[in-house]
Ligand binder design. Structure first.
Ligand code: SF4
Length: 340
């Protein structure tokens, strides 16, 4: 355990300032994320260096479609989350048992230092690895480890990627952001009631996160369409309008298919809903995708000018890239918002 950053002492309690929950934590107790504990009036992070998952993934799996397409990324995650989405598709690592957390960590994670992660990332360069993605569970809940690792990764000339729910305070975000090259932000819904009812969180900080990150690094947005909860035409349109007006029409938007999981048994997102979302978004945005559904025609990157396919995909694999001089359309020469 190491001492957490971003907290204040309040008599015998401590108040965590890492995310907008601002948990007031009594002695011996943990915050909502279950991985920050008050021990003798000091806040400790329980998951520093505790790695639950490590894989070399295609970058398209994050999903990031506009950042070094066809490359691989060393992907790591720990345990815990500051949201409690009842439909979570990764609940086995995001939600923890209430008791015996230390034993659970010992059983389900391996210990690693930032230098170990960087060493592995460098070794994997031969397999197309471009850096490290902090993913699988919410990266901000092991903020201290991510910060230290990201600094080291950057110093070696490699890339850092966050796959995040965007529920973090502005100060820690500002400290981390200079080391981050690309973000996939999960906006779970454009409706605050959805966040409160199903995620135990709030919408506003997530939208602020999106606006802060845009322009500082590459940003792609994902929206999981949960059947009957956030998939009305009105909600979908509001989300599209936010992305178009506040982030810009060059911001890639991924609609992701939900499958029943954790505490949710509503049927998987119907293909018609995904198609509707794709068609609505395509009217306002240059780059729209549908994920978590195989053999779909909505995972190709089109040139925003001539509408020809410039990146063709098959699942997470790249079939062809039709770009020249870095990011220019091979057919008409228009710029495509892709980092190559
Ligand atoms: S990071 Fe965890 S402990 Fe800190 S405020 Fe958020 S949920 Fe609470």
């Amino acid at each position: 355990m190491i001492e957490a950053l971003y907290y204040e002492k309040r008599n015998i309690n401590v108040q965590c300032q890492l995310c907008p929950h601002h948990c007031l934590i009594a002695p011996g107790k943990v915050g909502l994320c279950q991985v920050r504990r008050n021990e003798n009036n000091t806040l400790f992070t329980l998951n520093y260096g505790r790695v639950s998952s490590v894989n070399l993934d295609p970058i398209e799996k994050k999903p990031l479609y506009h950042f070094y397409p066809g490359s691989s990324i060393l992907s790591i995650g720990t345990l815990g989350c500051n949201l409690s989405c009842s439909f979570c598709q990764n609940w086995s690592i995001s939600q923890l048992p209430r008791d015996h957390i230390d034993t659970y960590f010992a059983k389900t994670t391996d210990n690693a230092a930032p230098a170990d992660i960087v060493h592995t990332a460098e070794k994997m360069k031969a397999k197309g690895n471009i850096g490290v993605a902090y993913t699988y569970n919410e990266p901000s809940v092991w903020f201290e480890f991510v910060l230290e690792t990201a600094r080291l990764v950057k110093s070696k000339g490699m890339k850092n990627i966050l796959v995040t729910n965007g529920f973090i305070e502005s100060e820690p975000l500002a400290q981390l952001l200079p080391y981050i090259d690309a973000v996939n932000l999960d906006i779970k819904s454009i409706n605050d009631k959805f966040y409160k009812k199903l995620c135990g969180a709030r919408l506003k900080p997530v939208l602020e996160y999106a606006k802060t990150v845009k322009g500082k690094c590459l940003l792609e947005v994902t929206n999981l369409l949960v059947t009957g909860e956030n998939d009305s035409e009105e909600d979908i349109q509001k989300l599209i309008d936010f992305v178009a007006h506040e982030l810009g029409k060059d911001t890639p938007l991924h609609f992701s298919r939900y499958h029943p999981d954790f505490q949710f048994d509503a049927p998987a997102t119907p293909a018609e809903v995904l198609e509707l979302a794709y068609n609505l978004a395509s009217k306002k945005l240059d780059y729209v995708y549908v994920g978590n559904i195989w053999n779909n025609p909505w995972d190709r990157t089109l040139c925003p000018s001539c509408k020809k396919v410039v990146i063709d995909r098959a699942g997470f694999a790249i079939r062809s890239i039709r770009l020249k001089d870095g990011n220019k359309c091979e057919y008409c020469g228009a710029e495509v918002a892709v980092v190559c």
